[in-house]
Ligand binder design. Structure first.
Ligand code: VGL
Ligand code: ZN
Length: 234
């Protein structure tokens, strides 16, 4: 849980970094913050609004200052994308259907490439963001996870990108807790990263108990649930 700066720990002399004494997590240079889908589409006023989605912005802005590495994702759908209810005759948003890779929740049209709706929230301030990863752009395949598309075959390359840069730990934030955040965190853990979800830096859609189910699943798989106050933000 604690990443010690080697110079700061003297066992005999009992000198510890302040963050260690305070029990806070200090993200080192081998940690990355992943900011999932903080886009207008998921903010009240957008096409698939997440209740209080805007409230994650100041929390993410604050903790982002503690990270050397930041990855931002964007849900980036084609028009008439397979995850849109409007693409399936007789289907309404929030119903499900069976696609080639399994069950798919059908959503209102949202986050269409290049629209204002798909833009990042204007108040999001992550100056150290090094990559913006777009997902969900294959017409027939959704991608909640930033690592792997819903067919469970097509990689986004994010794991390789992070591993080649020596990243061992990821902190997942953004929207929505029970869909893109959870799927991203579960894949991160499965792919070998120590994985935290910063709960107060997320908001949920909560469809038919999906939020409880997501937390149970994440706990079972070893994803750690923390609050932004658990992070040492200098
Ligand atoms: C998301 C539903 C559809 C998300 C994306 O970002 O959680 N949810 N597309
Ligand atoms: Zn989507």
């Amino acid at each position: 849980r604690f990443l010690l700066q080697s110079a700061a720990l003297t066992v005999a002399g009992a000198s510890f970094p302040a963050s260690w004494a305070a029990g806070k997590i200090k993200p080192g240079e081998r940690a990355a913050l992943i900011v999932v889908d903080v886009q207008n589409c998921f903010i009240p006023g957008g096409t698939l609004p997440v209740a209080k989605g805007d409230e994650v912005v100041p929390v993410i802005n604050r903790i982002a200052t503690a990270f050397e590495n930041v990855v931002v994702t964007q849900d980036w759908h084609t028009q008439g994308h397979a995850s849109f209810a409007s693409a399936h005759a007789g289907k309404k948003p929030f119903e499900t259907t069976k696609l080639s890779y399994g069950q798919q929740v059908l959503w209102p049209d949202h986050c269409v490439q290049g629209t204002d709706d798909a833009a990042l929230h204007k108040d999001l301030k992550v100056p150290k963001a090094q990559v913006i990863l777009r997902k969900g752009f294959h017409q027939h395949v959704d991608s909640y996870s930033a690592f792997e598309e819903a067919d469970r075959k097509t990689s986004t390359g994010l794991a390789g990108y992070l591993k080649q840069r020596g990243i061992k730990t990821v902190f997942v934030t953004g929207l929505a807790t029970d869909f893109c955040v959870a799927w991203t965190a579960l894949d991160a853990k499965r792919l070998g990263f120590e994985t935290y979800v910063v709960e107060d830096a997320t908001r949920a859609i909560d469809l038919n108990g999906s939020l409880d189910a997501a937390w149970k699943n994440m706990k079972a798989k070893g994803v750690k649930r923390i609050q932004s106050s658990d992070i040492d933000v200098a």
